[in-house]
Design a binder for this molecule. Structure first.
Ligand code: ADP
Ligand code: MG
Length: 334
C-alpha cells in the first residue's frame, strides 16, 4: 500500500516555492525488471533538477511517466499541479519533452519542423509561423532555418529538438539526457540555453549520466540507481559524501599495485581500492594535497615505481562508489 503524502495544491499562495513536480512512491516494472522502486522526489518551481544515474537506473522510465507516456504500477505524481494519471489531458499542453532521441523529422527544414509542432498544438497558421521564427532566432538557427534538418550538426539538431519542446510554451520541461553524444562545445552551448530557459521561469527536470552536467546546471540532484533513489541534495552536498577529494596513484607495474594500495591506505581514513585497470590506486581523502608528499616518500622508500600521482575532485564514479559500493559503469544484474 502506497502512502500518499501532501498532495500539492494547484495554487499555492504562501510559503516556499510551490513544487512543479511531486513524485510519491512511484514504482514500475517491465516483467521481472523493477525499473522504478518506490521513488519520491520534489522539484521546486523555477529550478533545475538533475536526475543523475547510470544506464538502466530508471531515468527514462520516470520521464515517460511524468510526461503521461507510460502509466505507473503504483505511486502518484503531479506535474504543474496536475495528476499524471488522472489529469493527463490537461497536463500535456503544459509540459515539454526533449532529449536524446530527437523528435525531429530530418526531411523537413528546421522551420517546417517547428511549424508542424505548432499545428499539432492547434496554433493557427500565423501564430505557428511567428512562434517558429521566434524559436529559430532564440536557438541561433535562423540561418539554417530553411535547410533540411538532415544537414544539421548534432548540436543543431538538439537545439531544434529543444525548440520543438518549447513551441507550446510549457511550464515544465523534461529533458532526457539532452547532451549525451554531443561534443564539449555543443554541450556547453546547450547548457547556456537551458540556464536561460530557467531564468525565464521554466522549471526543468533533466536526466544525465554526467556528474559534471548536474553539477553545472542543477539546483538539486536526485541520484538514482537500479530504480531507487540513493541520495538527494545539491552537487556540493553529494560530493562531500565522498570525503572531499580523490587521491590516485598509478603504478608502473601492476605487480606493485598491492604494495601501493598498502602505502596509500596507511595515509587515509576512507577506502582505498585498485581500479579495474589494475594499475591505479584511488582513495577518497580530505586535504589530499597535503598528503601527497608523505605518500610519495613512502612509495619511494617501499620501492614502488609510479608513473602518476595526483588529487582530483570526485567524479561521478567516485560519488557512485561512495553511495552504492559499486561503480556507475557496472551493469545491473537482473
Ligand atoms: N520497454 C521495456 N521493456 C523491458 N525493460 C525495459 C523497457 N524499458 C526499460 N527497461 C529496463 O528498465 C530499466 C530502466 O530503464 P530506463 O528507464 O531506460 O533507464 P535509464 O534511462 O536510466 O537508462 C533497465 O533495466 C531497462 O533495461
Ligand atoms: Mg534513458
Amino acid at each position: 500500500m502506497v502512502e500518499v503524502r501532501e498532495a500539492p495544491e494547484r495554487h499555492e499562495s504562501t510559503g516556499a516555492r510551490p513544487s512543479a513536480i511531486v513524485v510519491r512512491g512511484m514504482s514500475k516494472a517491465y516483467g521481472k525488471v523493477q525499473a522504478l522502486d518506490d521513488v519520491s522526489l520534489d522539484v521546486a518551481a523555477g529550478t533545475i533538477h538533475g536526475l543523475l544515474g547510470p544506464n538502466g537506473a530508471g531515468k527514462t522510465t520516470l520521464v515517460r511517466i511524468l510526461t503521461t507516456l507510460l502509466p505507473p504500477d503504483s505511486g502518484r505524481a503531479w506535474v504543474a499541479g496536475f495528476d499524471v494519471a488522472r489529469e493527463a489531458t490537461q497536463l500535456r499542453s503544459r509540459i515539454g519533452l526533449a532529449g536524446q532521441s530527437a523528435a525531429v523529422d530530418e526531411y523537413l527544414t528546421g522551420r517546417e519542423n517547428l511549424e508542424l509542432v505548432g499545428r499539432l498544438y492547434h496554433l493557427n497558421r500565423s501564430t505557428a509561423e511567428r512562434r517558429a521564427a521566434e524559436l529559430l532566432e532564440r536557438f541561433d538557427l535562423t540561418e539554417a532555418a530553411d535547410r533540411r534538418s538532415k544537414t544539421y550538426s548534432g548540436g543543431m539538431r538538439r537545439r531544434l529538438d529543444l525548440a520543438a519542446s518549447l513551441v507550446a510554451d510549457p511550464e515544465v520541461l523534461l529533458l532526457d539526457e539532452p547532451t549525451t553524444g554531443l561534443d564539449p562545445r555543443a554541450r556547453r552551448e546547450l547548457w547556456a540555453v537551458i540556464r536561460q530557459l530557467v531564468s525565464d521561469g521554466t522549471t526543468v527536470m533533466l536526466t544525465t549520466q554526467y556528474l559534471e552536467e548536474a553539477d553545472e546546471l542543477a539546483d538539486r540532484i536526485t541520484v538514482v540507481d537500479l530504480g531507487r533513489v540513493i541520495a538527494e541534495g545539491t552537487a556540493q552536498e553529494l560530493k562531500q559524501r565522498t570525503h572531499g577529494d580523490v587521491l590516485s596513484v598509478v603504478v608502473e607495474d601492476s605487480a606493485q599495485a598491492d604494495a601501493a594500495l598498502g602505502v596509500v591506505a596507511r595515509h587515509g581514513s576512507g577506502d582505498a581500492r585498485i581500479d579495474a585497470d589494475g594499475v591505479t590506486v584511488t582513495m577518497p581523502v580530505a586535504g589530499g594535497a597535503a598528503k601527497l608528499a608523505a605518500i610519495i616518500r613512502d612509495l619511494d622508500s617501499g620501492g614502488v615505481a609510479i608513473s602518476d600521482i595526483g588529487v582530483r575532485r570526485p567524479s561521478l564514479d567516485d560519488v557512485f562508489l561512495a553511495l552504492t559500493g559499486h561503480t556507475a559503469g557496472a551493469d545491473r544484474e537482473d
